[in-house]
Design a binder for this molecule. Structure first.
Ligand code: SAM
Length: 226
């Protein structure tokens, strides 16, 4: 196996959503860099893969990046995974990848699932042009970001946590009351649900829902009609 950094996408819920190539790479690499060793350990265990796991997160020191890249320079192969979906998409990995590129260390992407594209594909909103904003700021800068998004002409895709989903829909009701909003919850999992409507309609529907789980929120372009 090449001494490269393989950026490997893993499932966002349903463990079957992993490519044959991803499994092959995970079996063949010398070690796996991951966020939470328990989460990745569970996935690898499911596929009967035993591998050295090296933990890595957004706070990891530069020395950890150097440690990983030095091993690849020394001839080892490494798979980078995150807890779910595609590494570096609202997940750690971007700094490791850019440092590898700067140091001429070969990288290869093993593509697969990401919540942003999964949600977009079933949203029914325009897909020809879209903007991914990930998590908007939690406190400072949140109102400014929402104000900026009002002027956005493309489909907007946001990630939001279970703690702030209701707050976000209330804010969309204030800033963009006429837009069609799609909430995609627990994609590929047992309690997957997709809700569509104007923010005010969604707020009525959300009243008797349990707002637990993981959410992608999509916002239609202005003046878009279903
Ligand atoms: N790297 C991941 C990806 O490729 O989608 C994203 C990781 S980010 C830390 C986690 C956020 O992604 C969640 O808070 C949620 O907004 C979104 N997400 C991940 N899995 C999801 C799922 N199964 N259903 C809905 N949203 C999901």
């Amino acid at each position: 196996m090449d001494s490269s950094l393989f950026i490997v996408s893993t499932p966002i819920g349903n463990l079957k959503d992993i490519t044959l190539r991803a499994l092959e790479v995970l079996k063949d690499v010398d070690f796996v860099v991951c966020e939470d060793t328990r989460v990745t350990g569970f996935l690898l265990n499911h596929y009967e893969i035993k591998k050295e796991l090296v933990s890595f997160n957004a706070q990891s020191e530069t020395s950890k990046i150097e440690y990983v890249l030095n091993r690849i320079r020394g001839g080892e192969s490494c798979a980078l995974v995150s807890d779910a979906g595609t590494p570096a998409i609202s997940d750690p990995g971007a700094r490791l990848i850019s440092t590898a590129i700067r140091n001429n260390i070969p990288i290869q992407a093993i593509p697969g699932v990401t919540a942003v594209i999964t949600a977009l594909s079933l949203s029914g909103l325009p897909t020809d042009s879209f903007v991914y904003e990930g998590f908007i700021p939690q406190k400072k800068g949140r109102q400014k970001k929402l104000q900026q998004l009002v002027n956005e002409e493309r489909t907007i895709i946001l990630y939001e946590s279970t703690y702030r989903i209701e707050k976000l829909i209330n804010e969309l009701n204030e800033y963009m009351p006429e837009r069609i909003v799609v909430i995609a919850r627990e994609l590929t999992k047992k309690f997957e649900e997709v809700w569509r409507g104007k923010p005010s309609e969604l707020l009525i529907g959300l009243k008797d829902k349990v707002l637990k789980g993981e959410f992608v929120v999509l916002i239609s372009p202005p003046d878009w009609k279903e």
